[in-house]
Design a protein around this ligand. Sequence first.
Ligand SMILES: *Cc1c(COP(=O)(O)O)cnc(C)c1O
Length: 492
Amino acid sequence: MIENRENSIEIDKENFRKIGHQLIDDISDFLSSIDKKPVTVNKSPSQLQSILGNNTLPENGTPATELIPRVTNLLLNHSLFNGHPKFLGYITSSASPIGALADLLAASINSNVGAHILSPMATEIEKQTVQWLAEFIGVSPSYGGILVSGGNMANFTAFLAARTAKAPKNIKEDGLSNISKKLTVYCSKSTHTWIEKAAILFGLGSNSIRWIETDSSNKMNNKVLEETIKKDIENGLQPIMVIGTAGDVSTGVVDNLKGISTICKAYDLWFHIDGAYGVPAAVIPKFKKLFHGVTEADSIALDPHKWLYSPLEAGCTLVKNPQHLIDTFSSHPEYYNFTSTEGETAQNFYEFGMQNSRGFRALKVWLTLQQVGRNGYQKLISEDIELSVLLFDLAKKHPELEAVSQNLSITTFKYIPLNYKGDNDYLNKLNEELLNELQTGGELFLSNAIVNEMYCLRACIVNFRTTRKDIKEIIEIVIREGRETHSKLQLK
Ligand SMILES: *Cc1c(COP(=O)(O)O)cnc(C)c1O
């Protein structure tokens, strides 16, 4: 009977409260004692599969009262915790607890933020979030944009807008094969791999990327950039965009953005900034001049799930003239009746990016921005940078460490045995081994970077739980494990 529809998917009010309260209790216990847990588990995929139980698709249902406690246990005991104060790997931040509550609420309302009519308040919240993010990094709040899943998608979205704006107009109908001049794009050698994916996926091909060399400070060499553009034009190619990086993924270097913008203006090119990691540091008055030129960008990618501490996933594309997004992504199928409300034209986010149905990822970003505020972020981001400088200084002072680089909140360094006289190859091998030991040991989590052909340990601090004490302990752990790894390798 479907009059009084009893079914196995609904959870009645009492049970929902009971399961929910228990879950919230478990999460708050977890968050308040996260520093006591190992950062990660050292288990192989097959060990994890056997813990998981290799059952086939369940034929019959299991009550939620059993499932939620079971999965809570499973995850709390077999995960890597990037919210751990000693997690400084890659560029993955600790997540704001309010973001977890936001996701629960967002999933409960289940707004489809593709169209205004399907998500009236959620769409307005996302619009406000985009505007606040523009204000946060110090560009005009008239920039428009969209939240996407992360930095790659944010850069892809901007790349496509640039292609529409700067490639011949007929590519929409005729595609890329019918254009006479080969399109080219420019970026420094230290640009994140998204650019290669974009060039391949969006039809330009990887040979269309001009990898511009970097200068001694690891910034794109703007002189070489301009010469390369000139030469390409002379050779009948069509440059369309330059990508500047604001915080490169290995060492945190910010390109000379102002210089790039001048070149883009001179040659009528789209100026995109990949600020996925670093651009939020522009909120700190002291760092403003490092990001000089950011206001000239045609588009900017940033990642709230990095230095704004939003839970995964949240990236954002900002575009100076948002009409470029509509020109790129809008289509009007007959079965959409999303026109206007109350005489005003509503913004439909499906016209701003690649997704059609879209979740409400803005909520966690919007709430964290309000909970912390501009001042709170200035403090958090400054402290991350200070801790990174502290790590660099401690490494510099230590006789068994070499401090290699420090930019924004990324420090690279390496372990060198006392009185070491050998070659660089062994040091590379030693530090690689050491990193493997550290990553599986569970006490801390670092990643690696290759700097000047040296294999380095890399710490990126986007973690509001890390303290000075953690940094000092990290040094001790690296030294202890470094010595051990060295003597193990000597015995081999
Ligand atoms: C992290 C990062 C990306 C990729 O972002 P995801 O969120 O991992 O997709 C791109 N560019 C830079 C500079 C980054 O730091």
